[in-house]
Ligand binder design. Structure first.
Ligand SMILES: [Zn+2]
Length: 90
């Protein structure tokens, strides 16, 4: 995935609920290739909240994998969220 121009992205997602569900499906490997391509290439590059959410979910999942735990403490999740948004904002 190439880096989209953050300044040109939408600041609000018109259907963030559906987007979040799609995002989870993609990360869980439940989405079809077509859904994945469309979402990652068409939507994420224009939609700031979804772009951030995606990176956040990826970071959380990576962390859970390395920690071998199925549930991250809320504090940890908050921490990751902060880090990811800082990284994306810079
Ligand atoms: Zn969106």
């Amino acid at each position: 995935m190439n880096s989209p121009d953050l300044s040109k992205m939408k600041q609000d997602c018109s259907n963030s609920k559906e987007c979040l569900e799609m995002l989870q499906m993609i990360l869980d490997g439940e989405a079809t290739t077509q859904q994945k391509e469309h979402f990652l290439k068409e939507h994420l590059e224009q939609c700031m909240p979804c772009y951030k959410n995606y990176h956040l979910e990826v970071a959380i999942r990576e962390l859970l994998k390395t920690k071998c735990t199925s549930h991250a403490p809320q504090e940890l999740v908050d921490n990751i969220r902060k880090q990811v948004s800082q990284k994306l904002a810079s």
